[in-house]
Design a protein around this ligand. Structure first.
Ligand code: S3P
Length: 427
């Protein structure tokens, strides 16, 4: 089925976006590692988070079906059992890399597999530090299937370049499970949800300048958590509101920590009206805000390289917004986009060109020449990449555009209700 959504010139109303994907994965993992029963409200029920749930089940944790309110009883660091099946991570890089850290410290062998897209993604970056710590790992080149023979580990001092929250988290989780001190040096900060979670659970985690040191506790206590709304999902609606002719869109309960708000900051710099209520601190030490977004006359920007990690998953969307911003938008320092669910530099640039936008692909980014008022049309090839489908879905929702997305169902990886929510606010 192909989705063609055409909607009015005003975007209005309110979207309560689903729970944050990164925090949903971590909530399940920390609940599994804890002693006692944790309660999780507002978890994201999407294909990626289901992958984490099913991997934990294969390791002997009794994880119920994902639900708006759910409880998970942990097994502690030592209660996992050897899996009898391969750990199928589906499309989810976060499941693979974070769970690799957990099983590296456990006394058995695990084998990770995934879908076609995940099986092309680099795994040496996570296998390397875990091997240095003492796990025995085999890969297929740089990729899945990945076999991990876990056991007692050694402390590590690890340099996290290129900045990857997944690799950093794998090292922290390996140290946690194995009971050894780990230090991670981060020249460029990546999302810090694992650190905030550990701190909220009372772990001895110190962050000084760019060095994170975890001295692992003997056990983790259970917790109650409401998962904040996902800024990477909210970004699509913020973009739709910024590109509209009028109206205002309210996005309540969105995660607003500084490692995730780069898209909202950039949209404001481009000329959209972006308001954010003073953030409140919520469970797991995270900040939450209500964003209100209205259109403005947009101009191109050069995205500062040091802002890239805080909006890495939103860069394809930013490139789509830039198609309507007066002048040039330049994204660079974002070579990591090439190893996401698809090569997001190539997929974004090819699809923008296909629908009629002037765009140049750079080795580590893109240059987009905006044309306010442009009419865009064509068929977008997503390569099964959820964020490409949703970014072009936003362009397709603008009056006068006729953009068809080849695989609209792939949004189920992070946001199963996306097309319904988009149609509702833009109708
Ligand atoms: C994530 C980290 C980021 C991000 C991904 C989720 C996480 O990847 O792109 O969608 O939950 O830790 P990297 O760690 O590879 O940068």
């Amino acid at each position: 089925m192909a989705a063609v959504t055409e909607v009015g010139a005003r975007v209005r109303g309110r979207v309560v976006v689903p729970g944050d994907k990164s925090i949903s994965h971590r909530a399940l993992m920390f609940a599994a590692l804890a002693t006692g029963t944790s309660r999780i409200d507002g978890i994201l029920d999407s294909a990626d988070v289901r992958s984490t749930a099913s991997v934990l089940r294969a390791l002997g944790v009794d994880v119920p079906p994902l639900a708006a309110t759910m409880s998970v009883t942990g097994v502690g660091f030592r209660g996992f059992r050897a899996p009898e099946v391969a750990l199928d991570c589906g499309n989810s890089g976060t499941t693979t890399r974070l769970m690799a850290g957990i099983v590296a410290g456990l006394p058995f062998t695990s084998r990770f597999t995934g879908d076609e897209s995940l099986s092309r993604r680099p795994m040496r970056r996570v296998a390397g530090p875990l091997e240095t710590m003492g796990a025995r790992i085999t890969l297929n080149g740089d990729a899945l299937p990945m076999q991990i023979e876990g056991g007692p580990l050694r402390p590590i001092r690890f340099m996290n370049t290129p900045a990857s929250a997944q690799v950093k988290s794998a090292v922290l989780l390996a140290g946690l499970v194995a009971g050894v001190t780990v230090a991670v040096i981060e020249p460029e900060p990546s999302r810090d949800h694992t650190e905030r979670f550990l701190l909220a659970l009372g772990a001895d985690l110190q962050v000084r300048d760019d060095i994170i040191v975890l001295r692992p506790p003997a056990a983790l206590r259970a917790f109650a958590l409401r998962v904040p709304g996902d800024p990477s999902s909210a970004a699509f609606f913020a973009a739709a509101a910024a590109l509209a002719k009028g109206g205002e869109l309210e996005l309540p309960g969105v995660l607003a920590s500084g490692t995730r708000d780069g898209f909202f900051r950039t949209l404001a710099e481009m000329g959209a009206v972006v308001g954010a209520e003073p953030p409140t601190v919520t469970d797991a030490g995270e900040m939450v805000t209500t964003y209100r977004v209205s259109p403005g006359s947009l101009r191109g920007v050069t995205v500062p390289k040091d802002r890239v990690p805080s909006m890495i998953d939103e860069l394809p969307l930013l490139a789509c917004v830039a198609a309507y911003a007066e002048g040039e938008t330049v994204i660079s320092g974002a070579a990591e986009l090439r190893v996401k669910e698809s090569d997001r530099i190539a997929t974004t640039a090819h699809n923008l060109a296909k629908v009629g936008v002037t765009v140049e692909e750079l080795p580590d980014g893109m240059r987009i020449v905006g044309r306010p008022g442009a009419r865009l049309s064509g068929r977008v090839v997503t390569h099964g990449d959820h964020r490409i489908a949703m970014a072009f879905g936003v362009l397709g929702a603008m009056p006068g555009n006729a953009i068809e997305v080849d695989d609209p169902e792939c949004v189920g990886v992070s946001y199963p209700g996306f097309w319904d929510d988009l149609a509702r606010v833009a109708a």
